[in-house]
Write a protein that binds this ligand. Structure first.
Ligand code: SF4
Length: 504
C-alpha cells in the first residue's frame, strides 16, 4: 500500500550543511536536500543547476520496435476499434517508469496524458508509487525440499518473508510485506527492501530458508537450490505421471512405480493400469495408501528422487506378496522428472535385482523428461494503490477504486497488465517479467518505488473527479521527455517470452 511509513521506519531527514545551496526533493518522505550536481539518497533525483530532475528516462512502450517512436502513431484517432488492449496494437504507451512521484499525493500525478484510441479519448494517469507495504510472491519450480512451510526466508541473516505452500510441483515464497518492511528492525526493513528491489529488477538474490535450503533466485531464470541449478519442472505428481504414460508402459514392463514426495503412483493398482487389464504385481509400498495406486508419505521430503530423501528407490518397497509376484517379473522405478530411474527383475526369492533398462522403456523415461517444462523462478510484485496514491489521480479517491472495480479503469504496472485481487482496495499483482527491465527503484524509508498507470476514457476520468486541468497531450509529454532522455521498449509479451528457457 502506498501509505506513509511509520516514523520509526523512516530515515531521518537529510539536512543541508549551513550555507549550502541545496534544493529539497519532495518526492518521498525522506525530503532530501540535494546540492547542485548531486543526487538524493535514492539516486533517483538530482539537482541539476538548481532544478530537481528525475534521472531515469521516461519509458514508453511500443509494440515490435526498440527504436524511438514518432510522437503519435499512424492512424491514431482513426477508425480502429478498441479491443480492450490498453497498450493497443503498435500504440505508444507512456509508462510510469522514470515519471517520478508526488508522494504523498497532495498534488496531481506527474503525468496525466490524453491519447485518442479507436475514436475514444483516453486518459492515462502515470505515477511512480511508493510502496511501503508491498511484497513479492515467488514461485520456484522444483521438486526439491526447500524448507518447512512457515519457515523464515532470510537474506544476510534478516527475515524477509517465509515459505508458504507447495503447489503443483512448485514451492512458494511470500516475501516482504508490512511486517518485514516496517514492522521489524531498521536493518530488517532495509535488507527486505533491497532484496525485493533486486528480485523485481530481475537480479539474483541469495537467500536461505531456516532448516532448509540455500537458494539463489532470479526472476525468469532457473532456481538454484543448494548450489544445484534446477533444470526440469516435474511432469506431474506420481499418480498423474502414471496416468500420462500408462499406455506407453503397457506390455513393456510388469510394474511401474513413480516415486514422488506428494503422491507416489503404482501402475498395476492405479485406475489406468486396471483399465489396461494389468494384473496385481504383489508389490508393497511403504507409505499411506490414499486410493488404489496412490500413496502418500513414502519418504521424508528431500532433494533426491521426486523431491524425497530417497537415494535407493527399493527402500520404499516392502517384500513382494508371494501369492501374486513371480520370479522374472520386471519393475521400473522412475521419478517425476525422469532424472532418476532404475530397472529391476525379481529373482527366485522375489527380490528385485538391478538390470539394464530395455531400449523401449528408456524411450518412455526420456519422454517424461521431454514433457517437463523448464524450471523457472517467477516473481510477482504485489502492491496496493491505497493511501494517498489515488489522490494523485482524483480529488475523490474512492471514485478511482470504484472505477477500477467497475472495470472502467485499467491498472497497469510499467505497461504490464495487473491482476486485481477481489475484495476491498486496489490490491494487485504483476509478473515482473512482463515489465521493462529496471522498472523498480527504492527510497530509504524503506519502500519500493514501482510504476503504476491508470487508463480510462476521458469521460470516465472527468466523472470520477479527475484532475482534468492537468491533462496533457501525448505528443507534448514525449517531446518534453525526449529532451531529457527517453527509453523505448517493445511490448510486454515479447519481453517475457524471450526470458523463458528450455528444460535440459
Ligand atoms: S530519497 Fe529520493 S525520492 Fe526521497 S527525497 Fe531523497 S531524492 Fe527524493
Amino acid at each position: 500500500m502506498t501509505d506513509t511509513p511509520s516514523s520509526e521506519s523512516a530515515s531521518p531527514e537529510i539536512l543541508p550543511p549551513p550555507g549550502a545551496e541545496k534544493i529539497r526533493c519532495d518526492a518521498c518522505p525522506v525530503l532530501c536536500y540535494i546540492a547542485d550536481g548531486r543526487t538524493g539518497a535514492c539516486d533517483r533525483y538530482a539537482n541539476r543547476h538548481g532544478e530537481l530532475v528525475r534521472l531515469d528516462p521516461l519509458t514508453i512502450i511500443k509494440a515490435g520496435t526498440d527504436k524511438l517512436v514518432p510522437f503519435l502513431p499512424e492512424g491514431a484517432g482513426g477508425p480502429d476499434d478498441w479491443d480492450g488492449d490498453v497498450l493497443g496494437n503498435g500504440r505508444t504507451f507512456v509508462t510510469a517508469i522514470g515519471a517520478g512521484t508526488t508522494y504523498p499525493d497532495y498534488k496531481p500525478a506527474p503525468f496525466i496524458i490524453s491519447q485518442p484510441l479507436g475514436g475514444v479519448d483516453m486518459v492515462t494517469v502515470v505515477t511512480e508509487g511508493i510502496f511501503s507495504y508491498c511484497g513479492a510472491k515467488v514461485k520456484i519450480d522444483t521438486d526439491r525440499h526447500i524448507g518447512p512451510e512457515r519457515a523464515f526466508v532470510r537474506v544476510a541473516g534478516e527475515p524477509i518473508g517465509h515459505v508458504t505452500t507447495g503447489e503443483y510441483g512448485s514451492k512458494m515464497l511470500s516475501l516482504g510485506g508490512v511486517e518485514h518492511l516496517t514492522g521489524g528492525t531498521k536493518k530488517e526493513g532495509r535488507v527486505t527492501c533491497e532484496a525485493l528491489l533486486s528480485l523485481c529488477n530481475r537480479e539474483p538474490v541469495e537467500m536461505s530458508v531456516d532448516d532448509g535450503a540455500e537458494l539463489v533466485i532470479t526472476a525468469g531464470q532457473a532456481p538454484i537450490v543448494n548450489g544445484v541449478t534446477e533444470a526440469r519442472m516435474r511432469v506431474g505428481c506420481g499418480s498423474a505421471t502414471i496416468g500420462m504414460f500408462a499406455m506407453q508402459w503397457h506390455g513393456l514392463v510388469d510394474e511401474v512405480v513413480v516415486v514422488d514426495d506428494h503422491i507416489t503412483g503404482v501402475l498395476s493398482e492405479h485406475q489406468s493400469g486396471r483399465l489396461l487389464g494389468m494384473e496385481p504385481s504383489g508389490i508393497r509400498i511403504k507409505g499411506r495408501r490414499s486410493t488404489p495406486g496412490r500413496y502418500f508419505q513414502v519418504a521424508d521430503p528431500g532433494t533426491d528422487w521426486g523431491g524425497t530423501n530417497v537415494t535407493d528407490p527399493l527402500s520404499i518397497l516392502g517384500p513382494f506378496d508371494p501369492r501374486r509376484a513371480r520370479p522374472g517379473m520386471t519393475l521400473l522405478m522412475v521419478s517425476t522428472t525422469g532424472e532418476q530411474w532404475a530397472y529391476f527383475v525379481l529373482d527366485e526369492g522375489l527380490v528385485p535385482q538391478p538390470a539394464p533398462l530395455p531400449g523401449p522403456l528408456h524411450a518412455v523415461v526420456e519422454r517424461i523428461a521431454e514433457n517437463c517444462e523448464p524450471a523457472v523462478a517467477s516473481v510477482l510484485f504485489m502492491g496496493g494503490a491505497g493511501g494517498s496514491l489515488r489522490a494523485g489521480v482524483t480529488q475523490n479517491p474512492i471514485a478511482l477504486t470504484r472505477s477500477v472495480r467497475d472495470a472502467l479503469t485499467r491498472v497497469t504496472c510499467g505497461g504490464a497488465p495487473a491482476y486485481l485481487w477481489p475484495g476491498g482496495g486496489i490490491t494487485f499483482m504483476v509478473d515482473v517479467m512482463d515489465m521493462p527491465t529496471n522498472a523498480f527503484g527504492s527510497v530509504p524509508t524503506p519502500a519500493l518505488v514501482a510504476p503504476i498507470e491508470f487508463t480510462m476514457s476521458a469521460a470516465d476520468y472527468a466523472a470520477l473527479g479527475g484532475h482534468v486541468d492537468e491533462v496533457r497531450d501525448m505528443a507534448d509529454v514525449i517531446r518534453e521527455a525526449e529532451a531529457k532522455g527517453l527509453r523505448t521498449v517493445p511490448n510486454g509479451t515479447s519481453r517475457s517470452a524471450s526470458k523463458r528457457g528450455k528444460a535440459a
